[in-house]
Design a protein around this ligand. Structure first.
Ligand code: BEZ
Length: 246
């Protein structure tokens, strides 16, 4: 795997399906006059790519864009129909998905590898890069070890390179229940601060038993911030008061 820092990206035209029409997108259109974050991975809908690589780039894309990046591109050796479905399935609105179906861009980057053992044929080695006006400024190439290492091509590593002091969005999760006033209160606190969150709303199959198993508590809401168990609405209010005071 060759490091291509300082070199131009390959010149490629990608046929892309947009609104039921074929559109040709060139590398000039993607890169000329812009600073672009690219991450390239072995395949759409695969576990690490779908569970971690794409979601975190989508979460951090707004912060990357506050730190010099004009666009975030996810590249894979897959066709445009697959890439479009994957983007929709991921809800990855902050990312441009580019189908390198023929592997031309990936080959030009020296990153085309055989994954015949998995029945994948030729795919992209996992890497990311920052491209300024068509020139590769920085590459994060996964180590050349067997399997599918995922250590350096992630969104956090790229953001830390661009700005180690960048403020990352809080990672908030909560258990809630429809009609619960304290759940509405917590969600109001989060909305007022513009904080995105993920929630499990209890229902017949996901009951208070899940909450008890995870938190030991018998009530909702129960909130986690950055992986830390915070507690109910009062605990959340106190957490934000302390965060402001700190
Ligand atoms: C994964 O993303 O987990 C994956 C990628 C390529 C092959 C198998 C798994």
């Amino acid at each position: 795997m060759e490091n291509r820092e300082g070199k131009a990206v390959p010149q490629v035209t990608f046929p892309v399906r947009e609104n039921h029409e074929w559109v040709n997108i060139t590398t000039d259109e993607l890169f000329k006059g812009k600073t672009v974050a690219v991450f390239s991975l072995p395949g759409a809908f695969t576990p690490t790519c779908s569970g971690s690589h794409v979601p975190r780039f989508n979460e951090l894309a707004p912060v990357l864009k506050e730190n010099d990046i004009d666009d975030v591109i996810c590249m894979s050796v897959n066709d445009t129909f697959v890439m479009n479905e994957w983007k929709s399935d991921q809800g990855a609105e902050n990312i441009t998905f580019i189908p390198d179906g023929n592997g031309e861009f990936t080959e030009g980057m020296g990153m085309l590898v055989g994954k015949d053992d998995l029945g994948f044929g030729k795919r992209s080695w996992r890497y990311s890069m920052i491209v300024r006006d068509g020139i590769v400024e920085k590459m994060f190439i996964e180590p050349d070890v067997p399997g599918d290492p995922f250590e350096v091509s992630d969104a956090d590593t790229m953001l830390d390179y661009l700005n180690p002091d960048a403020v990352k969005p809080l990672d908030v999760f909560l258990f809630s229940k429809a009609g619960c006033p304290f759940c509405a209160k917590v969600k109001g606190i989060l909305h007022d601060r513009g904080i995105d969150f993920e929630e499990v709303e209890l229902n017949r199959s996901q009951t208070i038993r899940s909450v008890r198993a995870v938190t030991g508590a018998d009530t909702v809401p129960q909130v986690f911030i950055n992986g830390e168990y915070i507690g109910d609405s009062e605990a959340v209010e106190a957490w934000f008061s302390n965060a402001v005071a700190a």
